[in-house]
Design a protein around this ligand. Structure first.
Ligand SMILES: Cc1cc2nc3c(=O)[nH]c(=O)nc-3n(C[C@H](O)[C@H](O)[C@H](O)COP(=O)(O)OP(=O)(O)OC[C@H]3O[C@@H](n4cnc5c(N)ncnc54)[C@H](O)[C@@H]3O)c2cc1C
Length: 315
């Protein structure tokens, strides 16, 4: 018996040692804290207390309130691993009403929040700096309606761009935007960042494609501008303020987007040209000959191509 306990003791010690080693290894690979890196001082917000967490658990349920350090960590770090926040709570609402309750409560308690979509932003806006509560929209992922004649799609803000594109493609439509992060970024994040992407040349930016928005202000008030009419010339268009506002005016909970018709064919041309002047000439010629069907025009210089070939081990 005593031999067994001694062996168990050795085993526990070695597990502890490995855990410590693992923690040290992880700590050394984590990005530096954003607050230290950019020398930012925390403002006068309240600290999150256990009563706050209990409130969130009451309105969302236990499983949609993450508080374990290992569960919260990925939400604290941005896509390129340049920024790291120190949040201890991630909330995953499923409806506008829940978002409204969360924000109303946080506003009254003076708790800071950080809205987060797919966390693919490249400028650190999607992760907290200090202990802001992360409101993640992943579970608000329902398509509400699609008018196949007008192309008006209404959906929740957490819908992943690629899923929406597949959904409308099955109905002979296409999303007006496309970007490398499409498999992870969310339409609410796209609207909040006024994302451009590969189809901008043909379909314009999101100010033209987004027909309406539903958003929740910091005090919990729901702003309903969720119109789906393209030719809407009534009054002010508050939606434009939310496009590109990165959560500073409130959080976007629903979006109405105009989806153009799916092109019958896509043709890709790959040209080798000798200098930048020739690129401009090629662009002018493509615009003149192809008109509005030109979807995208991108250039990659010698170094960019060489780096890609090398890093991706392309033939
Ligand atoms: C491989 C790759 C390619 C990319 N290509 C492009 C490109 O071509 N063009 C381009 O513009 N960007 C591009 N990006 C950047 C990024 O994908 C876009 O900015 C995208 O729109 C972010 O969406 P997201 O859901 O990931 O938002 P997040 O990264 O989670 O958040 C971005 C910002 O929006 C806020 N936010 C998120 N959701 C909401 C919401 N519901 N309400 C209010 N605020 C919210 C966040 O607080 C944050 O400030 C690329 C990124 C990657 C990794």
């Amino acid at each position: 018996m005593s031999i067994m306990f001694r062996k168990l003791g050795i085993l526990i010690k070695s597990i502890e040692k490995n855990n410590i080693r693992e923690k040290v290894r992880c700590a050394s690979t984590l990005p530096q804290l954003s607050s230290e890196k950019y020398n930012i001082k925390r403002k006068q917000f309240s600290n999150v207390e256990s009563t706050d967490v209990n409130y969130f658990k009451r309105i969302l349920g236990e499983e949609r309130v993450l508080t374990e350090e290992t569960d919260v960590m990925p939400y604290n770090i941005d896509w390129i691993k340049n920024c790291r926040g120190q949040s201890s709570v991630v909330l995953k609402p499923k409806s506008t009403e829940e978002v409204s309750n969360i924000l109303k409560y946080c506003n009254e308690r003076r708790l800071a929040v950080c809205p987060q979509g797919g966390n693919t932003g490249l400028v650190g806006g999607s992760v907290p700096v200090f202990d802001e509560i992360i409101i993640n929209f992943t579970l608000m992922n329902k398509v509400i309606s699609l008018d196949e004649i007008s192309g008006a799609l209404i959906c929740e803000s957490g819908c992943i761009l690629e899923n929406l594109d597949n959904y409308v493609r099955d109905r002979n439509l296409i999303m007006p935007l496309d970007l490398g992060a499409k498999g992870t970024c969310q339409i609410g994040g796209n609207a909040s960042t006024n994302a451009g992407g590969l189809r901008l040349l043909r379909y314009g930016n999101l100010h033209g494609s987004i027909l309406g928005i539903e958003a929740v202000k910091a005090d919990g008030t729901v702003i309903d501008c969720l119109k789906a009419l393209k030719k809407d010339n009534t009054g002010y268009h508050l939606k434009h303020l939310f496009i590109g506002s990165e959560g500073t005016l409130g959080v976007i909970t629903k979006v109405a987007v105009h989806c153009p018709a799916l092109p019958k064919a896509v043709t890709l041309g790959f040209f080798g040209v000798e200098n930048f002047e020739n690129i401009l000439q090629l662009y002018r010629s493509a615009k003149t000959s192809l008109g509005e069907i030109l979807s995208a025009f991108e250039m990659a210089d010698f170094e960019a191509i060489n780096t890609t070939v090398k890093n991706l081990k392309l033939p």
